[in-house]
Design a protein around this ligand. Sequence first.
Ligand code: FAD
Length: 426
Amino acid sequence: MPRKDGDGRATSAGTLIVGASQAGLQLAVSLRQLGDTEPIVLVGEEPHAPYQRPPLSKEFLSGAAELDSLAFRAPSFYPDNGIELVSGERITTLRPGLAVTASGRELPYGRLALTTGAGPRRLRVPGAELAGVCYLRDHDDAAGLRGELASASRVVVVGGGFIGLEAASVARAAGLAVTVVEAADRLLGRAVAPLVSEFYARAHRRRGVRVLLSTGVTAFEPSADGSRVSGVVLADGTVVPADLVLVGVGAVPRTELAEQLGLECRGGIVVDASARTSDPSVVAAGDCTVQPHPLTGEGLVRIESVQNAVAQAGTAAATLLGRPAPAKAVPWFWSYQGDLRLQIAGLSTGHDATVVRGVPDDEHFSVLYYRDGRLVAVDAVNRPADYMAVRKALTQGATVPAGAAADADVPLKSLITEARSAAPAA
Ligand SMILES: Cc1cc2nc3c(=O)[nH]c(=O)nc-3n(C[C@H](O)[C@H](O)[C@H](O)COP(=O)(O)OP(=O)(O)OC[C@H]3O[C@@H](n4cnc5c(N)ncnc54)[C@H](O)[C@@H]3O)c2cc1C
């Protein structure tokens, strides 16, 4: 029962978590694990209990998984742990101590955590509202896209990022004609080295995907009766026929509530290493945040990954309870595009040298990234042992000398050495 303050207004010593997904649920779980016994209300706009998003562009899209199997927890978990899960309600107003949902429900709170995630970046071109032009962020998007794929024959994916390429793999494996249109001159440009981008372009082409680089989209063409999309108009005027379009051009952090509270936002809700916002009593975690680089502490980075959402949520829970933050974790990420299993450890931003292990076109290689002679990240394609070794080295604050790393026959884990004795990267 909410308590009342002197003016009869409802108050609560409990925690309100806005956004019931990877970060929000983890925050609630971490609060309980840290011994918090106060009420926890976890509010989510989606009608479903929290579920894993990564399979949406992989197993779920291909039909190998259903929503039930993606749920993080059994329904009983929430009442059993004193977590009030409020699904299908969007918080539209936040004032100190009180949140109000779109349906008018009032939720008083003592402590506030924002885990509002991100939404898909929309493409604003003529025809963007036509049926058959899809986005992929949540379960309902994925279910709609899966239904569309069942009757599509020509698919265009706009955007050569992780989600677009994963979905392109699924569509191609189902025997559909697939074209990927990317505005930049390489795939995955924000995430990996040019060599890895070039590998992905070749690998998808080998599988029959048409990959168009340095190619903008100016409009979507309607079918003769205007009922749905029939083609994608490229910047040079060429029209690529399509009965289904997936737009995967990035995600925009959802900062509207943080802005309402006057919190500092710069391409995401600005938080410090303890997940505190510019109001030290409010924490935020996951895709909605920008934070100091988790390894170097320099500059603000926005990290869209499961690992980051989980780690930052754990930190946010500790901060709310006035406990020390858990030790910094090494960022990691994966992207499975059919049989191409990419695993990333560390953050390669700012690297000044790379070492390649193996032959990319064998579809079994890794790229180690160095900055000032120090190992900072790895991209491993179908080489899980390399990924594990680098993750271990980074966790230990160790390195792998660049000169020795190039020999793909020598296990990387046997080369891990103290960072100080590292040879400069080649
Ligand atoms: C298709 C897809 C594939 C992915 N694949 C991978 C992968 O392979 N590996 C990997 O590491 N990461 C992957 N990711 C990224 C990963 O899923 C995200 O980093 C993670 O979900 C972030 O969690 P979050 O809780 O911060 O945000 P989100 O998962 O975006 O959740 C935020 C939630 O808050 C809710 N919300 C927002 N505003 C309000 C409001 N005002 N009121 C109530 N509720 C609100 C939203 O509805 C949403 O449910 C993928 C993401 C997608 C979409």
